[in-house]
Design a protein around this ligand. Structure first.
Ligand SMILES: Nc1nc2c(c(=O)[nH]1)N(C=O)[C@@H](CNc1ccc(C(=O)N[C@@H](CCC(=O)O)C(=O)O)cc1)CN2
Ligand SMILES: Nc1nc2c(ncn2[C@@H]2O[C@H](COP(=O)(O)OP(=O)(O)OP(=O)(O)O)[C@@H](O)[C@H]2O)c(=O)[nH]1
Ligand SMILES: [Mg+2]
Length: 464
């Protein structure tokens, strides 16, 4: 059995972010049959407040032996099954910062709860039938979403937009299986199977599977986003480009070559896609120890990025140093950014552009004047070949785990059709059909193994 599955009892965790910045409110969440008892031990609600489900009580959290007040707080009670986990849940809504929530969590742990593992609240919601696996995965996507479109897709998943079609496909397979099994059990009493119809029905199911599979690339892009590295010689305007693009003063800009020493990151959204932009140190031979390390990091950034913005200074032209850097990055997906075009003529631009073959992967900017950013974003969307996800209907987007299971189901279904066409005995038809049914059931969690659960829920943060 899985570590997670063997664990029972009442769990507690800080449900809000625990970061150096202070939130104004911090929540400690407790779930399990001891939740109400723990609340009664720790929470003092003055006056005539009623301890009922779906009410908020006002009061004080106290150390139960000394009665020392730990925080002034609100207590939310949600009795089973009307809670996120379908168990008894209580939430202490404390003052923000880390001290109050940490002390309150500690008191919960001393009075009957144990610390929840990552994803354990959501795991319980799944085990108690409140969510299926695609919905649980959508919760993780929702929490990690880095663009409004990613949020919309995750919310659609949370509302069952993915679970529904998968369940339907599985049901259709189960119907076919029932038909076949009836023939195996009561062969004499039933008319023979219409093989052509079954082959056709399986075709339809495979078609639907293909449509779902086609949403994977966009889904992955929405979830993980793009990593884009701005790379080039010193002083070409890389940091200026980051600043113009992010409409900030994120990176230091000076007219001195070698200004940027470390990788500077900024998180943006381009056409609905989360984009992490990395401004890097200008690449050159240098004796400076610090700059040397920075240059090495630039090379790493270029190699790890999904897309390289190879930036040159249009007013200087294509130098030997540019050529040298180009040789290092040209095997990567790349856009040539000709910067400082405010300083050069049209003919000079054309000469520079002729250095790169693909017409879609070169753009002109004047970063210091905030010019060319729209073209840059259009070129990026073009390069990822999905276009604008803002405009597309992103309700449905499967992830890698779901894609793997769908692919398995598809292969099994092709095999069923082969078996039918080859006139093999009915028993053989059911073998691969059951395989497809199992694979589809794995997506929603109707069929579930400990390793799948571990993989899904261990990715959550503690408290979720
Ligand atoms: N304070 C707080 N805010 C939160 C959560 C939480 O747990 N606590 N959530 C946690 O992720 C999210 C809200 N999601 C929730 C989903 C279902 C239920 C719930 O109690 N569901 C019951 C039905 C409730 C009823 O009928 O009144 C159920 O479906 O059985 C609660 C929160 C976001 N905000
Ligand atoms: N005229 C003009 N000047 C620019 C443009 N972009 C940047 N500059 C100037 O070029 C100089 C260098 O800009 P940076 O953005 O610091 O260049 P960098 O590529 O980050 O340089 P390093 O960090 O040293 O690698 C600054 O003086 C900028 O103001 C532009 O589009 N037009
Ligand atoms: Mg710089």
């Amino acid at each position: 059995m899985s570590e997670l599955l063997t664990h029972t009892g009442t769990i507690a965790a800080i449900a809000t972010a625990v970061v150096p910045q202070q939130g104004s409110v911090g929540i400690v969440r407790v779930s399990g049959d001891q939740a109400l008892a723990i609340a009664q031990t720790l929470f003092y609600a003055p006056g005539k407040q009623v301890w009922e489900s779906h009410r908020i009580l006002y009061g004080f959290i106290r150390q139960p032996q000394t009665k020392q007040i730990i925080d002034e707080a609100l207590l939310l009670i949600m009795k089973a099954p009307r809670s996120f986990t379908r168990e008894d849940v209580v939430e202490f809504h404390c003052h923000g910062g880390i001290m109050a929530v940490q002390q309150v969590l500690q008191l919960c742990l001393e009075n009957g709860a144990r610390l929840a593992q990552p994803g354990e609240f959501t795991l319980r919601a799944f085990l108690n039938g409140r969510l299926d696996l695609t919905q649980a995965e959508s919760i993780a996507d929702l929490v990690g979403a880095k663009s409004p479109q990613a949020v919309q897709t995750a919310l659609a998943g949370l509302r069952g937009k993915l679970a529904q079609p998968i369940r339907n496909l599985r049901d259709q397979c189960l119907d076919i299986l029932a038909e076949i099994e009836a023939r195996i059990d009561f062969e004499e009493d039933l008319p023979p199977l219409d093989e052509q119809r079954i082959i056709h029905e399986i075709d339809q199911i495979s078609l639907a599977i293909n449509q779902l599979l086609a949403t994977k690339d966009k889904g992955e892009l929405l979830r993980t986003g793009l990593k884009v590295a701005i790379v080039g010689r010193p002083n070409v305007g890389k940091s200026s480009l980051l600043n113009a693009w992010s409409q900030s003063d994120r990176a230091i800009v000076t007219d001195l070559p070698g200004t940027t020493r470390d990788v500077v990151e900024s998180q943006l959204v381009v056409g609905g896609i989360p984009v992490q932009v990395l401004d890097t140190a200008g690449i050159r031979e240098t004796a400076d120890q610090v700059e040397k390390i920075g240059v090495e990091r630039s090379r790493q950034a270029a190699n790890n990025a999904d897309l390289v913005l190879f930036t040159i200074d249009g007013s200087v032209g294509w130098t030997d140093a540019d050529q040298e850097i180009y040789e290092q990055v040209k095997h990567r997906p790349l856009i040539l950014v000709i910067n400082k075009i405010d300083l050069i003529s049209e003919t000079e631009k054309e000469t520079l552009k002729s250095r790169i073959q693909n017409p879609k992967s070169k753009i002109e900017t004047a970063a210091a004047k905030n010019q060319g950013i729209d073209d840059l974003e259009a070129a990026i969307l073009e390069s990822v070949e999905v276009g604008n996800v803002e405009a597309a209907n992103m309700d449905l987007a499967i992830n890698q785990r779901q894609a793997a299971a769908l692919t398995k189901a598809k292969i099994d279904l092709v095999q069923v059709q082969e078996t039918i066409k080859n006139q093999l005995p009915l028993d053989f038809w059911t073998i691969d059909l059951r395989g497809a049914i199992y694979a589809l059931g794995e997506i929603t969690g109707e069929e579930v193994t400990e390793s799948v659960l571990d993989r899904i829920f261990s990715r959550f943060c503690i408290g979720k």
